[in-house]
Design a protein around this ligand. Sequence first.
Ligand SMILES: O=c1ccn([C@H]2C[C@H](O)[C@@H](COP(=O)(O)OP(=O)(O)OP(=O)(O)O)O2)c(=O)[nH]1
Length: 360
Amino acid sequence: MRHENYNDGVLPMEAIAALMKSGGLKGADATRLQPASLDLTLGARAWRVRASFLPSRLRTVAARLDDGLAMQQMDLGAGAVFERGCVYLVELNERLALPEHVKGAANPKSSTGRIDVFVRLVTDYGAAFDEIPAGYDGPLYAEISPRTFSILARRGSSLNQLRLKAGSCRLDDEALEALHASAPLVDGPANISGGLGLSVSLAGDDGMIGWRARRHSALIDVDKVGALDPNEYFEPIAPPKTGFIILDPDEFYILASKEALAVPPDYAAEMTPISPGLGEFRVHYAGFFDPGFGWSEQGVNGSRGVLEVRSHDAPFVLEDGQLVARLVYEKMAARPARLYGGDLKSNYQGQGLKLSKHFR
Ligand SMILES: O=c1ccn([C@H]2C[C@H](O)[C@@H](COP(=O)(O)OP(=O)(O)OP(=O)(O)O)O2)c(=O)[nH]1
């Protein structure tokens, strides 16, 4: 379907910028535009809360906070520590007044997922995290819960991102097969069933296949890039001789996909968890893959998916080559003027097994 300025699909940066001009998106910083998303930013007010909550269809977030869920208000002007194991709610600088046919979806930024900080978007009258109903008019909040490392963040820090979508965008398996035939999505055979299957790599010849987080490490300042020594926060995992590793439910792992993958310029992708029947673990914290990620005119450029992995309740065996996640592809409403990698300061183009940008 064709709307005023664009077709159905994920809105590219130009369409998001147009919404900023028309008042559909207020308080946003244009320098935070990405090819198919906007990095959201923390506002000045935050609350330490008793527990994670959704306002439900009848309540605003402010009303729920006043109900006794807020324990303490914090001022993020000078920065504040968000402690691991605690739950916080932060008012974001951005506010929406979406057109009736535009809905939103949010996800943590990859840099946030890679340091195991759980971030979910909450809206007034919201019945689900990270989902913004079409036509939503109201404020945005982020629930933040660091799982492994305590973090330092401040007003203006960005931990999650927003995609806006018009109409239906998702490619079914048939369309995905056709796309893979015209522009390869992975470097080998594509496992297409309910999206593009990704498998985990636990074998390698460069001495390590992943990282396991160390607990009780020092604070991470989310705004400092390239500052930290990886070995103080993570320990490397050597390729297991057995071909498998056992995930400990209390530990956080960074692993990589076996496949090098690509998102062609007219598409955006999102990593979704596989069905719980296929394994007691969770691989998806930060799920958005930008148009142009892993892609070049010549084909797949060698970028792997970095996987943030946690076992649910019990120790779980993960085998080399096991299916661990699916990438769902969506069409863009129009090709974005800039692509991931391209002339953007992208941190993860061409990545192998890469920790977050905070590390050297
Ligand atoms: O679980 C994930 C999520 C994303 N990515 C890749 C694809 C995505 O296109 C890229 C950048 O993701 P995002 O925009 O979320 O990262 P960022 O933290 O904003 O970094 P950058 O400054 O490079 O945009 O990282 C992964 O490998 N694993």
